[in-house]
Design a protein around this ligand. Sequence first.
Ligand SMILES: C[S@@+](CC[C@H](N)C(=O)[O-])C[C@H]1O[C@@H](n2cnc3c(N)ncnc32)[C@H](O)[C@@H]1O
Length: 199
Amino acid sequence: MFLREDEVGRRVARHLEPGWTVLDYGAGTGLLARYLTRRVGIRPTLADLVDYRNRLPDFPFLEMGDPFHVPVEGFAFDAALLLFALHHNPWEAQPKVLAEASRLFTRRLVVVEDTPFGMLDRLANTAWDKALNLRHGVPTPFTFRGVGEWLEAFADHGLRAVHVESYRPLWPTLGTYHHTLFVLEREGSGAVPRRPAAE
Ligand SMILES: C[S@@+](CC[C@H](N)C(=O)[O-])C[C@H]1O[C@@H](n2cnc3c(N)ncnc32)[C@H](O)[C@@H]1O
């Protein structure tokens, strides 16, 4: 799956800085954290509800008993990542996950989500989501949101997007639906907003 790590990781990497402490909330195997460590020089901590059998042992891991609580003090990290984690939660739980992520970072929250753009996108997204998560036992409630809906949800937590980028990932889902990367900072943090881009 190196192709997937490269495709997602190089987009995320542009928004992190060397030496930053980074919480990977919903880290899965930790492969993306390893990619970002090698490429940018971040210092990651992994957190997840599921302790994957094939999780990399390279980094500190916080096994979570509560999906809305990472057992660390507030503002413990420079950045937090939510990479394909939010849509594994029911609609009503997503704001709680966002609230917890917001509690923990000082500089940036980077979210990447499945964001189907229409009916065909949604069908493909649903099928891939089921297929890719089955073996890990990760719930798939298919609670995807569109780009605008996510921006509203972020604004509800005082988070504004300084960069938004939608693209059709090739790996492993062969360009059949869209992902969107959101780079978020706290309202009033002085970052300059950039125009949304789409591929
Ligand atoms: C599709 S996997 C993505 C894993 C990794 N971020 C990646 O992109 O390779 C989603 C992961 O998020 C985790 N997850 C989803 N909601 C979570 C929550 N509320 N708290 C902790 N982990 C969560 C799941 O257990 C799963 O490991």
